[in-house]
Ligand binder design. Structure first.
Ligand SMILES: [Fe+2]
Length: 399
C-alpha cells in the first residue's frame, strides 16, 4: 500500500521523443548532444535491413555524425559480446552509443557504453567486484519493440555464460540521454515478438505497481500503462499494421520503464531470468507464462492493489471487493495470454519439474525479491515455481 507520507526519490533524465516518423530527426538529436561519432548497435536480422534502420543511418549521416555499425547483437547479450562492442567503441574513439532494436541491443549498448568508458569486463561491475569511476558514454535508444522499457530505464541485463545466469545491473548513467520511440519502426514486429514483448511491458507495470517501493508517481504511470495495454496489445497482435495500437504499446512500454526504474520489479522477473538464461526462452514469453501464477499467490497479501490493476484494465468495477477484484486480474491475464497464443505453463515451453531446483536457486537470489508484496519463503517459491511449470493455477492460489 502506498503511504502518501513515505519518502521516495524520482529521477528520470531521459528525453523521450515519441511519434510516427521521428526517426528521421534522430541524427539532429544525436548531434545536439555534441557528439560527432557513434557506435550504432543492432542485431544482424530483419531490423538491420529495415526501413527504420536505413532512416536512422541516413539521418545520422545528414547531421554529420559518423556511425560505426556493430550488428552482432544476439538475444540475451552475453559478456563477451559486450566486450566486443566496447572494444569497437574504444578503438574507434567513438563518443556515444546508439542502439536500434529491442531490449537486447539496448542493454548491450548500455553495458558496452559503460565498459568502453571504464575498461574492464562488464561482469566485474555487474557482480559488484569493481565500481565504475566514469559514467557510461552517452546512450541513445531507438526502439523497434514495445516491451523492454530499457529505453527509459537505468537497468541493463547481461548474460553470464559461465554461470548460466542473467544478471540485472543498474547505473544512473544507463538512463539513455534520448529515447526515440517511433511506432512506424514497430510495425514489422512478428506476432510472436509482439505478444512476448507486450506481455513483458504488462509485467513491468504490474510488478512495479505491486512493489513495496511503489510511490504515487509510479502508481499513476502504471495504472495508465495497464489500461493502454489492455486496449492495445491484442489489436497490435492481430494486425501489426494497426498504427494506433502500435502507438499505444510503444508509449506504454516506455512509460512502464519510467515506473519500474523507480520501484524495481518482482518475482515474475525473478523466475523469468533463470528460465531465459538456462533454457533460452524469450524474456517476454517467460514473463507471459509465469505472470498469472505469481499473481494468484500474491492475492493473499496484495488484493486491494491487484483489484486496482484489474479495474484499470476494465476487468472489474473500481469498487469491487478486493479478493474478487484480485481474482479478476488473474483471469484477465489468463484470457489475454490465451488470446496471444501463450502456453499455459512452463511445461509448454519445454521445462520439466526436474529443472525446478536449478531455476529456484537462481530465483531465490533475485535482487528485487525483498520488494515483493508477499515475503515468500524459499519453500513457497519452490511450490510456486512447480505450479507455474505444471500450469496449475489452483495450486498457486492455495499457497
Ligand atoms: Fe522485463
Amino acid at each position: 500500500m502506498t503511504d502518501y507520507g513515505t519518502p521516495f526519490n524520482y529521477y528520470g533524465p531521459t528525453r523521450l521523443v515519441f511519434g510516427r516518423g521521428v526517426t528521421a530527426g534522430a541524427g539532429a538529436l544525436v548531434a545536439g548532444l555534441g557528439v560527432r561519432s557513434v557506435l550504432l548497435v543492432c542485431g544482424s536480422g530483419a531490423t538491420r535491413r529495415s526501413a527504420g534502420f536505413a532512416a536512422l543511418a541516413a539521418s545520422l549521416e545528414a547531421a554529420g555524425v559518423r556511425a560505426t555499425v556493430f550488428d552482432k547483437v544476439t538475444p540475451d547479450p552475453h559478456a563477451a559480446l559486450v566486450a566486443e562492442a566496447a572494444d569497437a567503441a574504444r578503438s574507434g574513439s567513438l563518443e556515444a552509443v546508439v542502439a536500434y532494436g529491442g531490449g537486447s541491443p539496448i542493454d548491450c549498448a548500455k553495458s558496452a557504453a559503460l565498459a568502453a568508458a571504464n575498461g574492464g569486463p562488464i561482469l566485474d561491475y555487474v557482480r559488484g567486484k569493481a565500481t565504475p569511476s566514469r559514467p557510461a558514454l552517452p546512450i541513445v535508444a531507438v526502439t523497434t519493440t514495445a516491451g523492454t522499457g530499457s529505453e527509459m530505464s537505468s537497468a541493463a541485463v547481461t548474460t553470464d555464460l559461465a554461470s548460466g545466469q542473467k544478471l540485472g545491473y543498474t547505473n544512473e548513467s544507463f538512463f539513455p540521454r534520448i529515447a526515440i520511440v517511433d511506432p512506424e519502426n514497430h510495425t514489422s514486429m512478428p506476432t510472436g515478438v509482439t505478444a512476448a514483448t507486450g506481455m513483458d511491458a504488462l509485467t513491468h507495470a504490474v510488478e512495479s505497481y505491486l512493489s513495496l517501493a511503489a510511490n504515487p508517481l509510479s502508481d499513476a504511470v502504471n495504472l495508465r500503462v495497464v489500461a493502454m495495454i489492455a486496449r492495445s496489445l491484442t489489436r497490435a497482435y492481430r494486425d501489426g499494421a494497426d498504427l494506433e495500437a502500435r502507438s499505444g504499446m510503444a508509449i506504454a512500454s516506455a512509460m512502464a520503464g519510467v515506473a519500474f526504474s523507480q520501484t524495481g520489479l518482482g518475482m515474475v522477473h525473478g523466475f523469468a531470468h533463470p528460465v531465459g538464461a538456462r533454457h533460452g526462452i524469450a524474456h517476454g514469453q517467460a514473463n507471459a507464462v509465469i505472470l498469472p501464477y505469481v499473481m494468484a499467490a500474491l492475492a493473499r497479501d496484495a488484493a486491494p492493489r491487484m483489484r486496482d490493476l484489474a479495474a484499470a484494465m476494465g476487468a472489474c468495477p473500481s469498487d469491487a471487493d478486493p479478493r474478487s477484484g484480485a481474482a479478476s486480474l488473474v483471469q484477465a491475464i489468463v484470457d489475454l495470454k490465451k488470446g496471444l497464443g501463450v502456453p499455459e505453463g512452463l511445461s509448454g515451453v519445454g521445462i520439466s519439474a526436474s529443472d525446478g531446483p536449478t531455476l529456484l536457486t537462481d530465483a531465490i537470489g533475485y535482487r528485487s525479491r525483498p520488494r515483493s508484496p508477499r515475503a515468500f519463503s524459499d519453500a513457497e517459491l519452490g511450490r510456486l515455481l512447480d505450479s507455474a511449470i505444471a500450469g496449475d493455477l489452483e495450486a498457486a492460489a492455495a499457497l
